[in-house]
Design a protein around this ligand. Sequence first.
Ligand SMILES: [Mn+2]
Length: 447
Amino acid sequence: MSGSVVLPAEFSDALKHTCKAIRSAGRLRVVSHYDADGIAAAAIISGALVREGLQFHLTMAKGFDESLVTRLTKEGNAAVVFLDMGSGQIESLEKLEGTVMALDHHKPVRKSKTVLQVNPHFHDINGMTEACASTLSLLLAITLDPSNWNLAPIALAGMVGDRQHMGGMRGLNRQILDEASDKKFVETQNSLNLTGSTVLKSISESVDPYFVGLSGRPDNVSTFLESMGVNADTPLGSLDEFYRRKLTSMLSLRLMGQGCRPETVEELVTEVIWIPSMDLNAADLADLLNACGRQDHESLGVAMSLGDRDALEEARTLSSEYNRKLMEKLMSIESDGVEQGDHIQYFNTEDASLAGAECGIAMQYILDQSKPTLALSTVGKKVKVSGRGTRYLVSKGLELAAAMKRVAEGVKGNGGGHAVASGATISVGKKDEFIKAMDDIVGKQLG
Ligand SMILES: [Mn+2]
């Protein structure tokens, strides 16, 4: 392995075999997932293939389904590589002709005799917290050619996109971050987890974290900064130590005052990963990739990651439009509150694509911490439900995904997800019944 990344021998072997298969394929079909990690993984593999002078055709997919399999079968590819998916669909992958590879960090069903799987789970490495699809793609890229270390910043954005940086980078991700800083592709610093060209903008435009009374309200932020003697027009990074500390403690106090859980307050100061070549940090890049994915502009995300400045500007426009809509809804939740059940709280929202983010941020920063939150949006004759709890509520017995699944199926809909975040789809007429039943079952879980 190039650089100082240490891997179990079998893991290195799997990467080397995959490299060999890619080189001998001639032309490669690449399929990746449309979220930040998937787009970052696709950008890394694309960059590496271009450097190798190999031809490829990339498609970003919302998920793995039969229509994708049918399409790939019809194409009759000599070689296909799946990124951020595939290990859970091994049976379907085995039916495809040609060389089939999967770089995936989701729990694999089993090993395969015909499909080349690169998956951390096979080597006792946690794929939820220590390696994502962009981690694997970078490892493959640097196995192909160590010059591909310059793609490491994209991988770091993918890790942030999959929330693997929470509580600090670990394992393989940590190794990549350390090596990328040694090689000067990134710079790390513990600082306020905010972005924006001035202190004023960093706070007033901040959606996550959401500061009650300050987010979306530049006049209030001006007064707040004035009271501390902080110049509103200074870039956050140029504040001197004294004011930086003062600002950090005041913002922490505000988050505590608005009822945030201690783990949320702790996230205010994080290891910020600066990418000098792109003039932004890894979290910003992850946000931009998410914005591209959500609005069906994945190729923009790939181009931007590989250094296309126009693509970067376009992605910024998409992202700020998204943040503006999100901010508007959060401010209305802040001022008007939400509907209260005995054990849950809920609100209606128009844009189903924003519901999950609105629900998560409102739960974390604005609403009652003792009740999980549901966001409901009507799409045609269906109601899409996003649900969010907190890690604390999970520790108290909340199993939101199980509740959503059971209650949704009880009204002939469907639901699922994981402990903290989950979703359901039900028919419009069953909305009240669904809310009532959710309230009861969550009450039993937390009781
Ligand atoms: Mn992923």
